[in-house]
Design a protein. Sequence first.
Length: 182
Amino acid sequence: MKGVVFNLLEAVVQRELGEDVWDSLLEQAQVDGAYTSLGNYPDDEMMKLVAAASAALNKSPDDIVRWFGRSAIPLLAAKHPHFFDAHQSTRPFLLGLNDVIHVEVRKLYPGAVVPVFNYDNTLPEILVMEYVSPRKLCALAEGFIEGTAAHYGEELKLHQPSCMKRGDRSCVLHISVKKSKA
């Protein structure tokens, strides 16, 4: 996993929970925490940090990963506004992941392994998004989607009828968004 993901996790934890919590998670996970954005690190290190956060915060690992994804979007939007400013809402943003955003991610972070998304865009009110990745971090995808909908000021309904963690071939997300009434 690219170091930029670890850097993002560190920034989210420090912003939301404090530096002491980040230091404690590093200690509990028994990792050194010296991550460079372009470096490559074992996926297992991220899972150790997630497990440490899960134990410390008494939340499931998927809840921790989802929270991380949701909380990371404001940081990503600030660092890479061009990805977000090119769209007016969540749906077109998500539809551009494979062909625009992940292409740029690979340019910025050579060697990055990103998930592949397949779409069924035939229904105007529901986007069906298939997540395919050996990492099985569909909770991270869910968190990113939640954060993106919040970024665009939209109400989100998200349903996952299929999940690799339950033995399915892929994770399938049914996504419905509409502008918030607020």
